[in-house]
Design a protein around this ligand. Structure first.
Ligand code: HPA
Length: 260
């Protein structure tokens, strides 16, 4: 256990995705390179200070080789953060926009999700401890953490959507136009590939979890630009910088929170 938890403060973790392989401005104070019983996390976890506030940072896709969304060891990532005492976890996800108010360049703090992934190791409950675990996942994101993110974004003047249904597809390919139409009919506002099982695993561990989604493209069939990483690059850069500012505003607020 680390000292922050012993003092009773929130212990913050950040999981970065596409476009956020480093947290610019993070002053590194340590690195944690530990295996879990589920294997190794995507990359050693950095411990650092952002504007003087301590956090743990993990890049979901790892390096030097990028791990595709369906092959990320989500269980190892969450277990490693849990073992470091992380109590509050902020996930950053790149997504495509579906709803009319989910244009590229927008940050979204989703309040709901629909899981379309398959075949991923999606639970810590392997049936071996003799008691079934049916977590309450009615609200998949932690409400208080979401509200703190929204409040911080408003305070910093960062345009954002405070609600949204996050569809999580299997990838690594992008969707067909018909699939995006189906997601729209299902009520989805944004679509990404990495939001699950991460959110459910965090809930299984009792870690408070919320997501900041960066809309980097109009979802398939909805926009004019080609769906290439190169086309998304500039938007991704701008949004990564907005996320960095948002975290700078958010972290001091969390430092006065208790662990639960
Ligand atoms: N679909 C799924 N995942 C994504 C997208 C998308 O359009 N853009 C960024 N990640």
């Amino acid at each position: 256990m680390n000292t922050n938890t012993e003092r009773g403060a929130a212990n913050v973790g950040v999981i970065g995705g596409t476009g956020i392989s480093q947290l610019s401005g993070l002053v590194r104070v340590g690195e944690h390179d530990r295996e879990t019983v589920y294997g190794a996390p995507s990359r050693p976890i950095e411990e650092g200070l952002l504007n003087g506030q301590r956090l743990f940072f993990l890049h979901r896709h790892g390096s030097p080789k990028a791990i595709p969304p369906h092959l990320i060891n989500y269980r190892a990532n969450i277990a490693a953060l849990r073992d470091l005492g992380v109590t509050h976890l902020i996930a950053i996800n790149a997504v495509g926009g579906i709803g009319a108010d989910m244009q590229p360049g927008r940050l979204v703090v989703p309040d709901q999700l629909i899981d379309y992934t398959w075949g991923r190791e999606h639970t810590f409950d392997d049936g071996h401890n003799g008691s079934l675990q049916h977590i309450d996942f009615t609200q998949p994101y932690d409400r208080a953490l979401r509200l703190a993110i929204i409040d911080a974004a408003s305070n910093a003047g960062i345009p954002h959507q405070a609600y949204g249904v996050h569809a999580i597809t299997q990838g690594p390919r992008l969707e067909t136009a018909a699939e995006v139409q189906r997601l729209a009919r299902d009520g989805c506002d944004i679509v990404g590939m990495t939001g699950m099982p991460e959110a459910a695993l965090a809930r299984e561990c009792g870690i408070r979890y919320a997501s900041i989604c960066m809309v980097v493209n109009a979802a398939a069939g909805l926009g004019d630009l080609p769906l290439t990483l190169a086309a998304m690059h500039d938007i991704l850069q701008r949004e990564a910088s907005a996320v960095r500012n948002l975290l700078g505003e958010l972290l001091p607020r969390l430092s006065t929170w208790g662990p639960k």
